[in-house]
Unconditional design. Structure first.
Lengths: 383, 392
């Protein structure tokens, strides 16, 4: 029996997502360019009805109060089909950020609507915490000026969750509906079928209630968003890598050249083995980190290490899948080629290789600086 | 999603207390410095562990083992590595012990197992031959039955620890008929038998670990045959499958990585250029990878206990860990000042500790080229994996 990937967290969520994703891919083989639309795709509609946005929402707010392992199992299944549906953003990041906000009736209510699939909230957080949106806070609320960049609108969003900064540099975590925000939208079709958009805002006014967090708490919320996004995105990559290994093996076992199966050539076998070993190792790494997250260890540094590693692995395996398929690897009709595009797309999301490297190096530099300061302190005191 | 308490916390603490109280500081210092350990160091530690009942964690209680579950066995290796205790001696505890337990007669078990557990009898592995490395089944060292003895003639190579071993478990050819694998038997050979000559092989790392072993008319009683005559290949496979799943591999890599991180941090105080960034990226990748290796190992051992482990997975683990070991030691090599590399092996023995460590890390770098060769080269592992994942 040729290799078959086994899910990190098997169960109903995985199986159901797999079925929906298979149907979705059968309908649209990503040959059409993505377009901004207010119409949810059939698969997204099904995910909303299945309650995938509710998985991480606490039970008290009408959610399932489930684990990161559950949401990772959804992401892994979707990854096997290279589904561009924003499951990571909408089903993992948003509930994780909103769920961590101290009790507020309006937030609890919003979580309820999210769980019911009646709203869908797109998060917008740059990996480095930067934002090009300025907020003026006054007695009546907030006035926004600038732009929100890189909003994933592959499926329609009713609300946006984002960061803005006051002139004094204070961070604000804001939640607003698309209607409240208005503004002018420019959207971009991604190479892997994702749709991202930039929203330009001019003197947009929001009520004071739109501000969910301020200062350090807002920055922490954005960091949590990026950490959760990177973690669950890694589960998506594991799914894509597992499927690419399977499809590459099947192709090499089938295709004949020089009168023999391609699978008889050692050079091709060994490169496939490299893909397989990458699969086993990233599967182990991601599983370990998701389990740690569920046990309360949400160390951002460890997730940054993970996403850094997986960004490289996604690229390498994607490139190998294309190469080992030969010419047909360049065709968008080939599922493995679309998976490669998807994996490479994921490598850039939620902190790419070098963004993660920069933050890891910055962590270490800060620790070294602290060590030096600690050593210098007694000397200063003596002086 | 609340933090769960570690059900093994007490166990971990017991291990740590024991390691801190009972492992001699001189031994720890050698381990910490990454020196090459031999029989003296490992058997000293084995005796100490045996008094506590911990010298054979993977063995059943009946034969002096611990009866620990897999998680406990992993924790044991993890804490011992963190505390710089010497490793268990793999040839005895990890390899031939379980083979004797599985294939041996009651008399063989009585004779050999207790002396493995207390570290008093030392073993080496006579597998490879000049013409039979990766293609082990081509081995030609012959054992011919003569009354109650086998008479062995031939040559073994790459035999680690042969210079200090009491016994060698040896694959020999007892028949030239049929399939190559079917004519192989496993014999236990006392190293003081007349006709055995051990010659050291000088290696690139300047450590003495491998030898050539010549066997000329070496007589061994038939009672030293393990399993059936011609059943040696099954024993060898049994052993190899376990060799790839040693729970010690990953914790020792974690410890090595910690040892390298510290000087790399120090280096960061004065070096902020491109070299430091490149070294850091390699460090981060290795840190992520060891977490993956640990999870792969634990799930492979779980599957092994349930009898569902695919050979692709244990070979993938071996391939991944041996490659990772080389990547980690490569970081150490690249961040060491060039004089350290130039000075081996002529560096004075009483050099400062940090210079000693660098020297040993460079020895280790060279020694670790063997990680992707010993126990099946990476290329052989890839062939094994490919057969499995391609289904042919």
């Amino acid at each position: 029996m040729p290799f078959q990937a086994s899910p990190m967290f098997p169960g109903d969520l995985y199986d159901t997502t797999l079925r929906v994703a298979a149907d979705a891919v059968a309908v649209n083989a990503a040959l059409t360019e993505a377009q901004a639309t207010d119409q949810a795709s059939d698969s997204w509609q099904q995910f909303l009805e299945l309650g995938w946005q509710a998985v991480l929402v606490p039970e008290a707010s009408g959610g399932a109060g489930s684990t990161f392992a559950d949401v990772a199992s959804i992401a892994e299944a979707a990854g096997r089909y290279g589904l561009t549906t924003p499951l990571v953003a909408r089903c993992a990041v948003v509930p994780a950020v909103l769920g961590a906000i101290p009790v507020r009736d309006d937030v609890a209510q919003m979580l309820g609507l999210l769980a019911a699939g009646e709203v869908s909230i797109a998060p917008v957080f740059a990996h480095d915490g930067s934002c090009s949106l300025t907020a003026m806070v006054d007695a009546e609320g907030v006035q926004l000026q600038g732009s929100l960049r890189g909003i994933d609108l592959s499926e329609p969003a009713s609300h946006l969750l984002f960061l803005a900064r006051s002139a004094a540099g204070e961070a604000l975590l804001l939640l607003a509906s698309r209607d409240q925000l208005g503004g002018s939208l420019q959207s971009w079709a991604g190479h892997d079928g994702r749709l991202t958009a930039d929203l330009a805002l001019k003197a947009t006014r929001l009520p004071a209630s739109a501000v969910l967090q301020r200062g350090r708490a807002a920055v922490a919320a954005a960091e949590r968003a990026n950490t959760v996004g990177a973690l669950v995105c890694c589960a998506q990559i594991v799914g894509a890598i597992g499927a690419m290994v399977e499809q590459t093996i099947e192709y090499l076992n089938t295709r004949q050249q020089f009168g023999v199966q391609l699978a008889t050539f050692q050079a091709l076998r060994h490169r496939t083995v490299d893909m397989y070993v990458a699969y086993e190792s990233v599967r182990g790494m991601v599983r370990e980190r998701v389990v740690a997250f569920d046990q309360g260890d949400s160390d951002a540094h460890a997730v940054a290490l993970l996403k850094h590693y997986l960004s490289i692995a996604a690229r390498q395996v994607g490139e190998s899948a294309i190469q080992l398929h030969g010419g047909i690897g360049m065709s968008r009709e080939l599922p493995a080629a679309r998976l490669a595009m998807h994996a490479i797309g994921c490598s850039l999301q939620w902190g790419d290789r070098y963004e993660q490297l920069d933050s890891l190096a910055a962590d270490m530099a800060a620790e070294i600086a602290a060590d030096i300061a600690a050593e210098a302190a007694p000397t200063v005191a003596r002086a | 999603m609340t933090a769960t308490t570690d059900p093994y916390a007490d166990f971990r603490q017991t291990l740590r207390d024991f390691a801190q109280q009972h492992c001699p500081p001189a031994l720890k210092a050698k381990v910490r410095a990454n020196e090459k350990l031999g029989r003296a160091e490992m058997s000293e530690w084995a005796k100490i562990l045996q008094r506590k009942g911990w010298s054979a964690p993977n063995w059943p209680i009946e034969w002096g083992g611990t009866g620990w579950d897999m998680q406990q066995r992993y924790l044991f290796e993890e804490v011992m590595a963190q505390e710089d205790c010497p490793p268990l001696y793999h040839h005895g505890i990890g390899h031939i012990g379980p083979v004797i337990m599985h294939f041996g007669t009651p008399a063989q078990k009585e004779r050999y197992l207790p002396r493995i557990v207390d570290g008093s009898e030392w073993w080496c592995q006579g597998y490879s031959e000049p013409g039979a490395g990766s293609d082990l089944a081509s081995l030609r060292t012959a054992a011919v039955r003569d009354g109650d003895d086998y008479v062995i003639n031939g040559q073994k190579i790459w035999t680690s620890h042969a210079q200090e071993a009491d016994m060698m478990y040896t694959l020999v050819r007892t028949s030239k008929e049929g399939k190559k694998q079917a004519g192989i038997s496993l014999l236990l050979v006392p190293m003081d038998s007349p006709g055995i000559e051990v010659r050291p092989i000088p290696t690139i790392d300047h450590w003495h670990h491998v030898n050539e072993v010549f066997l000329r008319d070496v007589r061994v009683p038939v009672a030293n045959l393990i399993g059936e005559e011609g059943g040696g290949w099954a024993c060898a496979k049994f052993l190899l499958d376990r060799e790839r799943l040693s729970p010690a591999t990953v914790p020792r890599l974690v410890r090595l990585l910690e040892q390298i991180e510290q000087p790399l941090r120090e280096r960061g105080r004065t070096q902020q250029g491109a070299s430091q960034h490149m070294l850091l990226e390699r460090l981060f990748l290795a840190q992520a990878a060891v977490a993956g290796a640990k999870e792969m190992l634990i799930s492979a051992i779980d599957e092994e206990m349930q009898g569902t482990l695919a050979s692709s997975k244990s070979s993938a683990l071996k391939l991944f860990c041996s490659d990772l070991a080389q990547q980690i030691i490569g970081i150490a090599f690249d961040m060491s000042p060039d004089y350290a590399a130039r000075l081996i092996p002529s560096l004075p023995e009483d050099s400062p500790a940090d210079v000693e460590l660098k020297r040993e890390l460079i020895h280790t770098y060279l020694f670790y080229r063997s990680r992707t060769l010993a126990g099946g080269t990476s290329e052989v592992q890839k062939n094994v994996i490919a057969r499995d994942i391609f289904g042919a």
